[in-house]
Design a protein around this ligand. Structure first.
Ligand code: 6MZ
Length: 358
């Protein structure tokens, strides 16, 4: 594993609440149990279960949200998630989260995102670059501390539209993203339980996001729904996530469009969206040189890490260190940040290539 841990990596598909540490989730759930808000004994096994269907995963998310929807907790989770990714040499992280309201504790979608930003600022183990570079107001941060060069991670945010919501709620999320652009919000994601809602409900908000220059990525084909998949591909998002339940016609459309795919191996296998790793579409897309990026999806929920996903890809598809390095280096082309960040990442990868002696 060490060779994957030390390799610089790019993570483009990580849901904040799905990336919560196991230990933090258990600690928080136990705390709510002690306060009588939940019955800990009833949920402990749900948290600790390894194999979950897609439906069970969404039940777990409802539970996670009961435990985490509080400003201080969101700040803590954000800080921990960034530190965990940085600890395994992720140099660029796009973190996505669904802004939430909770009137009983005075949480608005805006204050939820402020809590996320507090978490980004609270990271202490590495320097975090989260603001756009190309504005005079936000010059490059100095990446030295006390004279010594510190590790740095770029973090950008995507706001997720939940498939359970309305057109108005989706529009509210896009407006928030626009408001918070100077604070590192670069795009919009459509996610949530794929059997819920019609994607056309969110289309006006997604079109508006694109008109305003926000990047868009869509969870696409997590369940069989050829009509929706084709319509999503026609929309030409800048990336899609998963692409599991495609038929021949959809593969052709995807390949001719060249839309990059965020691949989440462990998530797909654990939720049985793909029956086993040897029939995973990664192999075909990789051999056809389709743009791909390996991602974790929900490192906490699926007990994985980006290094683990690399390890899995290497062993399942016979890829060497050089192939994997190339895969992550190429991912720089599909990030939703400005050219200045791309340039700096390319430099990081070039110097790592020499050091790693690939
Ligand atoms: C679709 C998913 C997902 O937003 O509260 N989410 N949506 N497919 C998946 N594959 C398993 N994994 C996570 O993070 C958790 C939320 O992200 C979406 C769901 O809406 C989930 O509630 P945030 O930070």
């Amino acid at each position: 594993m060490e060779k994957w841990v030390s390799m610089p990596k790019v993570e483009l598909h990580a849901h904040l609440n799905g990336s919560i540490r196991d230990s933090t989730l258990l600690e928080l759930a136990r705390g709510l149990g002690e306060k009588g808000v939940i019955i800990f004994a009833d949920i402990e096994h749900v948290i600790q279960k390894d194999d979950r269907s897609l439906t069970e995963v969404f039940r777990l998310f409802d539970l996670i949200h009961i435990v985490t929807t509080d400003h201080k907790i969101i700040t803590r989770i954000t800080k921990e998630v960034i530190e965990d990714f940085a600890a395994e040499s992720v140099v660029y992280l796009e973190l996505r989260t669904t802004p939430k309201k909770n009137e009983s504790i005075g949480m608005t979608k805006h204050s939820y995102l402020e809590a996320v930003l507090e978490g980004i600022k609270a990271v202490s183990t590495v320097d975090v670059d989260f603001r756009p570079h190309d504005s005079e107001n936000f010059p490059h941060r100095n990446d030295t501390c006390n004279g010594s060069t510190r590790k740095k991670i770029y973090v950008r945010l995507l706001l997720s539209i939940d498939r359970r919501g309305t057109t108005e709620a989706a529009m509210e999320t896009v407006n928030l993203a626009l408001e918070m652009r100077d604070l590192g919000v670069v795009g919009i994601d459509l996610s949530g339980n794929p059997i819920m809602g019609e994607w056309t409900t969110y289309l006006p908000a997604l079109k508006f996001a694109r008109e305003q220059g926000l990047y868009v990525t869509l969870h696409c084909g997590e369940v069989p729904n050829p009509k929706e998949i084709r319509s999503m591909l026609d929309f030409l998002p800048q990336r899609i996530g998963h692409a599991c339940c495609f038929e021949e016609a959809e593969w052709e459309k995807l390949k001719s469009s060249n839309i990059p795919v965020e691949i989440c191996l462990t998530s797909n296998i654990r939720t049985n969206t793909i029956p086993s790793i040897d029939v995973h579409h990664f192999a075909d897309l990789y051999s056809k040189k389709h743009p791909l990026v390996l991602c974790t999806d929900d490192s906490g929920v699926f007990s994985t890490s980006l290094s683990n996903e690399y390890n899995l890809a290497a062993s399942a598809f016979g890829l060497g260190r050089r192939d994997i390095f190339k895969l992550t280096k190429n991912a720089v082309e599909y990030i939703f940040a400005d050219d200045g960040v791309k340039r700096e990442l390319k430099e990081i990868f070039s110097s790592a290539e020499q050091k790693l002696d690939l």
